[in-house]
Design a protein around this ligand. Structure first.
Ligand SMILES: Cc1cc2nc3c(=O)[nH]c(=O)nc-3n(C[C@H](O)[C@H](O)[C@H](O)COP(=O)(O)OP(=O)(O)OC[C@H]3O[C@@H](n4cnc5c(N)ncnc54)[C@H](O)[C@@H]3O)c2cc1C
Ligand code: FES
Length: 249
């Protein structure tokens, strides 16, 4: 589907924030789903980027880091131009009828899909965000609008807790009530979050990130083992129950 870019902002040197107009996609998008975007140039395969926010029921916002040729090309697109986007793809986070207290744990560029989730869950959420340093911090004020509390950890101690975001989760699980955990970020972080949640007997959902080809379940590029079976991250996920994921390494 062709979607016109309605807003473009550069949040950091290599992080871009785009909004596209796509009413048909926006109305059916759930947090945790992703868009498969044709980036242009010599990047023939689409690139998966998470939905960060659904705006006014007719626009979708996504934020991405320039990593290689696809995202580099995408970053050159301008307001008024159209992007060829497939979506919304994947299963998204399960939030049906949930009214407990949730912890959203994000690391680095993995925080983006948690924003729409925070919006939909409402105020009974505590958000924990981990970054390398204060210079990398993003979206904190936006998370504050939708969440009860926002806690920050930085690896170098330049803002918030000095150390890992999983330290915050551990403390929170010991001192306060948490009924469920949602997480997205680097694989080692999600593995650690899953271990903390399991030790505290709290169900957790993780959003896995694998390299993708087709994005619609046909090529198996994105296969990983969940619940003892081979699953396609693009179609069966990217969100899975943490207790079923077989972490490599
Ligand atoms: C479901 C899903 C949602 C995603 N959401 C976002 C998002 O919201 N914002 C964002 O910035 N990025 C997101 N990504 C990652 C993004 O898709 C990749 O960074 C992008 O495809 C890289 O394409 P490229 O052509 O720029 O880089 P390439 O030239 O393809 O690769 C550049 C470098 O990035 C590594 N890389 C590429 N893809 C991945 C991947 N999937 N996992 C780990 N390493 C990878 C490569 O190994 C290489 O080192 C998501 C990925 C998935 C699977
Ligand atoms: S990317 Fe083709 S099956 Fe998942």
């Amino acid at each position: 589907m062709n979607c016109v870019i309605t807003e473009k902002n550069r949040l950091k040197e290599n992080i871009f924030d785009f909004t596209v107009k796509c009413p048909e996609m926006a109305v059916k998008t759930k947090p945790g789903q992703f868009l498969h975007i044709l980036c242009g140039g010599s990047a023939y395969l689409r690139r998966p980027i998470s939905v960060c926010e659904v705006k006014n029921g007719e626009e979708i916002r996504f934020i991405f880091q320039v990593r290689g040729k696809g995202t580099e090309e995408l970053s050159k697109s301008e307001v008024g131009e159209s992007l060829d986007i497939l979506g919304p793809l994947g299963s998204g986070f399960k939030i049906d009828n949930f009214d407990g207290i949730t912890a959203l744990v994000g690391g680095g560029i993995g925080i983006f899909p948690l924003l729409e989730l925070a919006k939909r869950l409402g105020k009974r959420t505590v958000v924990m965000l981990g970054f390398r340093s204060a210079d990398d911090v993003l979206l904190i004020d936006e998370f504050k609008k939708y969440s009860d509390r926002v806690l920050v950890a930085t690896d170098d101690g330049s803002l918030g807790h000095s150390g890992l975001v999983t330290d915050l989760l551990k403390t929170e699980a010991e001192e306060n009530r948490i009924d469920t955990v949602y997480t997205c970020g680097p694989t080692p972080m999600m593995k650690a979050v899953s271990a903390v949640a399991a030790a505290a007997d709290i169900p957790a959902q993780v959003s896995l990130e694998e390299r993708m080809g087709c994005g619609i379940g046909a090529c198996v590029t994105c296969a990983c083992t969940v619940g003892g079976k081979r699953k396609r991250v693009c179609k069966d996920g990217p969100v899975f129950n943490a207790s079923e994921v077989e972490w490599n390494g």
